[in-house]
Design a protein around this ligand. Structure first.
Ligand code: MN3
Length: 203
């Protein structure tokens, strides 16, 4: 079973004015679409890998044949990262964390404001292309860290909860070089129910 591009769970203009429709269309259809087709092309060369989840592949890259390892890292990572990203946003999102995740944020970071500031600074400060992630590390602790390119916490034994894409393709049409403005606006799209669901599933 080949990997498939998941449909965007809302129309491309649903996150306006925070993220514009053209950016969403290009980002989902072309960028994410290309990660999926490149990943499938790589796996076709090694049919023994067919059936493995993208988490399994990324969680043990050393087991992926060397001739496709970088392709799987970049495009499998791109597929996983974006599959999560679309679902942790929704029209009418934003506000504050809910449920068990809200409690974890307060226990670990002291307040939502401190968590938000930390993840924002991590994402804005990520040099070049990459992501800011909040995730459970291998010991189950909620942590925040930047990842380059399409790397993902699963590569370090972590469980990704919520991440913000800071590749220029995620914001340049509307925000140009103003990454901080994009990240500030992105918080208005977060689906906290989905973030809490992911957190409870990861624990
Ligand atoms: Mn992207």
């Amino acid at each position: 079973m080949a990997f498939e591009l998941p449909p965007l769970p809302y129309p491309t203009n649903a996150l306006e004015p925070h993220i514009d429709a053209l950016t969403m269309e290009i980002h989902h259809d072309r960028h994410h679409g290309t990660y999926v087709s490149n990943l499938n092309a790589a796996i076709e060369k090694h049919p023994e890998l067919a059936g493995k989840s993208v988490e399994e592949l990324l969680g043990n890259l050393a087991a992926v044949p060397e001739d496709i390892r970088t392709t799987v890292r970049n495009n499998g990572g791109g597929h996983l990262n974006h599959s999560i990203f679309w679902k942790i946003m929704k029209p009418g999102g934003g506000g504050e964390p809910v449920g068990e995740f809200a409690r974890a944020v307060n226990e670990t970071f002291g307040s939502f404001a401190a968590f938000k500031d930390n993840l924002s600074k991590t994402a804005v400060g990520q040099f070049g292309s990459g992501w800011g992630w909040a995730y459970l590390d291998g010991s189950g602790k909620l942590v925040i860290k930047g990842f380059p390119n399409q790397d993902n916490p699963v590569m370090e034994g972590g469980k990704p909860i919520m991440g913000v894409d800071v590749w220029e393709h995620a914001y340049y049409l509307k925000y140009q070089n103003r990454r901080a403005d994009y990240v500030a606006a992105w918080w208005n799209t977060v689906d906290w129910e989905e973030v809490d669901r992911r957190y409870r599933e990861a624990r």
